[in-house]
Design a binder for this molecule. Structure first.
Ligand code: ZN
Length: 254
């Protein structure tokens, strides 16, 4: 995950396209519409005002640079321009973008094709909510963990025997209990899912709202869990490492 491309204020917003998951979203300069915020206009003409403090509201249409996709993506938020003197009469400008909405939402990492659809769908919703409501985004990632456990055939409920002569009943298992059950066969991924659960828990409790960084933590941990379960990069590479260690020389792939 390219964490630096997902910070609060960005110098570079060339995110991965959420549609094709190959191209980058490009922001053509000429297509950016911006206007100084009212707060900036109030003080713009004061002697003490520094032009690097101009804050503008912007809106633009980004386009995926994969020619087979070229999906348009609407983006808006606030922008600020920093000026750097490069010669006596020449300045370079670097824009900082604080994005407040993107539709359709880009993805912080490609979702492997083998990822269950129910997991993909919830993670895409989380990526959309990331821009507007961190707690709701955290909750969606928690739902993605539930969907992942469903796909891994971790049971949702247990049978509770009734009193003598009466019928038993089914009792739903909490997410915590389901992750514990999953951890018996896969403790490493189980730890990852439990960490995501704790992040989601904090978001569900009033008074401790999630930050953007918390949500990105959960997404980053989810990326590794998905890879371990459905792509198996570490397991496949680990097997090759063990073969090389045993042979004490390079081992060619068949
Ligand atoms: Zn694309």
């Amino acid at each position: 995950m390219e964490r630096e491309r997902w910070a609060e204020a960005l110098k570079d917003i060339n995110w991965l396209c959420g549609r094709c998951q190959e191209g980058r979203l490009r922001l053509p300069d000429k297509d950016v519409q911006s206007s100084m915020t009212a707060d900036t206009q109030l003080v713009f003409h004061e002697d003490w005002f520094d032009h690097d403090d101009v804050v503008s509201q912007f809106t633009a249409l980004m386009t995926c640079d994969n020619v087979r996709c070229a999906d348009p993506v609407a983006v808006s938020g606030k922008t600020q321009a920093e000026h750097f003197q490069v010669d006596w009469d020449e300045y370079d400008v670097i824009h900082t973008w604080t994005v407040e909405a993107v539709t359709p939402a880009p993805l912080p990492f490609p979702l492997p094709a083998a990822t269950p659809d129910a997991v993909k769908q919830r993670l895409r919703s989380a990526c959309q909510l990331l821009w507007s409501d961190h707690d709701a985004a955290g909750n969606k990632i928690r739902q993605a963990v539930e969907a992942l456990l469903d796909d891994q055939k971790v049971r949702k409920a247990v049978a509770v025997p009734g009193a003598a002569g009466s019928a038993g009943r089914r009792q739903s298992l909490t997410l915590h209990k389901r992750i514990e059950a999953f951890s018996i066969k896969n403790p490493e991924v189980g730890d990852h899912l439990m960490a995501i659960k704790w992040i989601g828990n904090a978001g569900s409790h009033a008074g401790q709202p999630l930050t953007r960084d918390d949500v990105l933590d959960a997404l980053e941990i989810m990326e590794v869990a998905i890879d371990d379960l459905y792509v198996r990069t570490r397991a496949t590479l680990g097997a090759r490492v063990r073969r090389i260690l045993k042979a004490k020389k390079p081992v060619r792939r068949k």
